[in-house]
Design a protein around this ligand. Structure first.
Ligand code: SF4
Length: 316
């Protein structure tokens, strides 16, 4: 059975070696129930810790500007590998945590993949926590030679079998040459990033579920009618696109639409109530607009806005 290994003993060693006195602990939502266990273990290092209760959806959520205010001098970021490419002055310890497994788990997965995709050309991807399991599965599949395995590539953010909700560049050059992409992981957040490919999610029980395209409505007409447009900019370091937001605001001015740049750590429909805007352009995490049904106004990503702009205002 797959089990998440927090590797706290190893982390204690890393913490002891660090020059930092006090650490800001960032945990993904799924690990917050283990927060006290983690804290108690880490406190054995005789260092100090502060637990961030802000949301940490990805390694884009690095709260480096909060360090001083929380009287901390380093961050420990659980659940993800490095994402932010900007230089951060303070120390950041990324602690991805991997699933441990028995060889029987690998054998079962290999057998199921071979039964379903025999003689096909495939690759296998998943979130970072599954990396060791995926690599072992690939190793076994290669030995059996019952199907053709093509591997992705390491990029500046991803390892070869890793994908994020906003980044599948590890398999960008091979995706269209494959019969199938097998996703080993939980939930749909990362899996949905494989839209437009022939992707299948394995349920670790012998079943493969094909990806269901997210059908977002076209908001073209509502965009043309909109009077006041909000442009959301995230304060999260890895999602912050203020320059793009400013460029969008300039473009909207040219086509005589009023706009307002909305800045904040997190966005949802409730935060927009009463602002008087009737359309939203999102410059932050691209998965936000997947939840368009939770907003009371139309939401599009900035890339979609640029397409609309080109379509309706080609000469501007
Ligand atoms: S931008 Fe979104 S999808 Fe990308 S790492 Fe952050 S939370 Fe995940």
């Amino acid at each position: 059975m797959l089990q998440l290994d927090l590797q706290l003993n190893e982390l204690q060693r890393v913490i002891k070696k660090s020059k930092a006195r006090r650490f800001l602990l960032e945990l993904p939502e799924g690990l917050k129930t283990d927060a006290l266990i983690i804290l108690h273990e880490l406190e054995k290092t005789k260092k100090e810790f502060v637990l961030s209760i802000d949301t940490t959806f990805g390694a884009c959520d690095i709260y480096e500007t909060d360090l001083k205010k929380a009287d901390c001098d380093a961050i420990i970021h659980f659940g993800h590998t490095k994402f932010v490419l900007q230089k951060i002055k303070q120390e950041v310890i990324y602690w991805p945590c991997y699933y441990t497994f028995d060889i029987e788990d690998v054998k079962k997965t290999v057998k199921d993949i071979e039964n379903e995709f025999s003689k096909k050309k495939i690759t296998i991807v998943g979130p970072i926590q599954y990396e060791k399991f995926i690599l072992e599965t690939i190793k076994e599949l290669k030995k059996h030679k019952k199907l053709d395995i093509v591997l992705g590539k390491n990029t500046n953010r991803l390892n070869s079998t890793q994908i994020l909700g906003c980044d599948c560049s590890s398999i960008q050059t091979i995706a269209n040459k494959l019969d199938a992409i097998i996703y080993l992981g939980d939930g749909n957040f990362h899996f949905n990033a494989l839209q437009t490919t022939e992707a299948y999610k394995y349920d670790f029980n012998g079943n493969f579920e094909i990806i269901v395209p997210i059908k977002k409505p076209k908001f073209n007409a509502l965009f043309l009618e909109s009077k006041v447009i909000g442009i959301y900019v995230s304060s999260k370091l890895g999602q912050n696109r203020i320059k793009i937001a400013e460029d969008i605001a300039d473009k909207l001015k040219i086509i005589k639409k009023e706009s307002v740049i909305l800045y904040g750590n997190e966005i949802n429909g409730n935060r927009l109530i009463g602002l008087g805007i009737n359309f939203l352009i999102n410059t932050a995490c691209p998965r936000i607009s997947d939840d368009y049904k939770n907003y009371y106004l139309p939401v599009i990503d900035y890339v979609e806005f640029l397409e609309l702009y080109k379509l309706y205002y080609p000469k501007k």
